[in-house]
Design a protein around this ligand. Structure first.
Ligand SMILES: Cc1cc2nc3c(=O)[nH]c(=O)nc-3n(C[C@H](O)[C@H](O)[C@H](O)COP(=O)(O)OP(=O)(O)OC[C@H]3O[C@@H](n4cnc5c(N)ncnc54)[C@H](O)[C@@H]3O)c2cc1C
Length: 371
């Protein structure tokens, strides 16, 4: 993996509108900070190779290298990434209740992992008002307070960096695809630090088509409703095509055509809909509000799911073949769109010495998905 420093990160990611504000470059040093989704560099830094660049999910992402590290195989052509099984799931009787986004699978699994001490702490995304805010929890019951989706991009990886600096290990993380990619770059030890020990015990990835620009979203909502009274924001599964905002006064609906205007440019380059670099990925199921799609990708993920089912924290059912194919089609479309944009901007597979690429992907996969 080619590594550079903060100057290259600023020139090739932040100034090119590729930064999603995941927080991967925050809390590593005093220089990078994130505020309401915007990453800023406070002081110049002259280090030639830094973790800020090395962990960024929008700079020199070598998919073959990451796939070989985590799945022992090249980055393949299946739009769903490497996986063992795809099922449907929902929280079981012992998982507790909360304002789950859909079936509560994510909260049930994280709570179970903490209860059984498979992880020592979990990094989740809570909210302050409508601003998504990372939170480190160690008490299983606190997982429930972080349930539900916050639809803006969040600096969740900054909380991982803070936990690592404190010396925490065996950390569980719930992450969107870009956040999961940053975490997998960090776990691949790109700067070959001899004292590196993988601090991550579990990654649960969330499906994501896009995340909103926090500042644009706040400004959009505050012109239409009193944002201090918001209780919950929901995007029901397709074919609804609306965002629902619940306040003291009831529910207001916004067409997704209006909300999509608030998606940052960088999401249109993203090729990962299902958080491929995770132990388990979770999304919604089209037309159903109380159940999840569950993709098991690693042995660790499979063992956790099996035990959570035995302990009645999780309930599984088969996913009909046509739903799996629809998911594959949707994930393939996102990949195709992202690869086409990256090709158009010439930020993919640049020959060594000719500049910095956003992505590196093998020719077979590139040509199969985006000929
Ligand atoms: C920005 C965003 C876009 C999404 N887009 C899609 C999509 O296109 N298709 C689809 O099928 N599913 C999408 N999802 C995932 C889906 O909404 C649910 O998160 C998922 O199905 C899990 O449901 P659950 O009931 O198990 O979650 P819950 O048990 O309610 O848990 C939700 C978890 O999500 C975490 N979380 C919430 N917001 C964020 C955030 N901004 N960043 C990181 N973590 C967060 C919380 O920490 C919590 O642990 C999206 C989620 C987000 C956050």
């Amino acid at each position: 993996m080619q590594c550079f420093g903060s100057r290259e990160l600023v020139d090739n990611v932040i100034r090119q509108d590729l930064c999603i504000g995941c927080g991967a470059c925050n809390d590593l040093c005093p220089y990078f900070r994130s505020r309401k989704g915007t990453t800023v560099m406070l002081f110049p830094c002259t280090i030639a190779k830094g973790k800020c660049f090395a962990h960024c999910p929008k700079a020199e992402v070598d998919l073959d290298e990451l796939s070989t590290t985590f799945f022992h195989q090249r980055y393949g052509t299946d739009p769903l990434g490497h996986y063992d099984a795809i099922m449907m799931s929902r929280a079981g009787a012992n998982a507790g209740t909360a304002s789950f986004q859909a079936g509560g699978t994510v909260s049930a699994l994280m709570r179970f992992a903490l209860e059984r001490h498979y992880i020592d702490g979990a990094i989740l995304t809570d909210r302050k008002g409508i601003v998504p805010t990372p939170r480190f929890v160690t008490e299983p019951v606190d997982v429930l307070a972080c349930a539900s989706s916050k639809y803006a991009a969040a600096p969740t990886v900054a909380a991982v960096n803070r936990a690592i600096r404190k010396g925490d290990t065996n950390i569980g993380i719930v992450a969107t695809p870009c956040q999961a990619l940053a975490i997998s770059k960090m776990r691949s030890n790109p700067l070959n630090d001899h004292s590196f020990i993988d601090p991550v015990g579990l990654v649960i990835g969330l499906f994501c088509t896009w995340a909103l620009d926090m500042q644009a979203f706040e400004s959009f909502l505050s012109r239409r409703i009193d944002i201090s009274t918001i209780k919950k924001i929901d995007i029901p599964p397709p074919p609804a095509d609306i965002m629902e905002v619940f306040t003291d006064k009831g529910k207001t609906e916004f067409p997704l055509t209006e909300i999509r205007q608030l998606v940052p440019e960088t999401c249109s380059y993203c090729i990962d809909m299902t958080a491929e670099f995770s132990d388990i990925s979770v999304g919604v199921v089209e037309g159903q509000t109380d159940v999840n799609t569950l993709i098991i990708r690693t042995d660790r993920g499979r063992e956790l799911v099996e035990e959570a089912v035995s302990a009645e924290y999780l309930v599984l059912s088969d996913m009909p073949g046509e739903k799996v194919e629809h998911l594959r089609w949707a994930a393939g479309n996102k990949k195709k769109r992202g690869l086409a944009k990256a090709k158009e901007k010439a930020i993919i597979n640049k020959p060594a010495g000719t500049g910095i690429s956003y992505l590196r992907i093998n020719d077979e996969t590139l040509n199969t998905i985006c000929p």
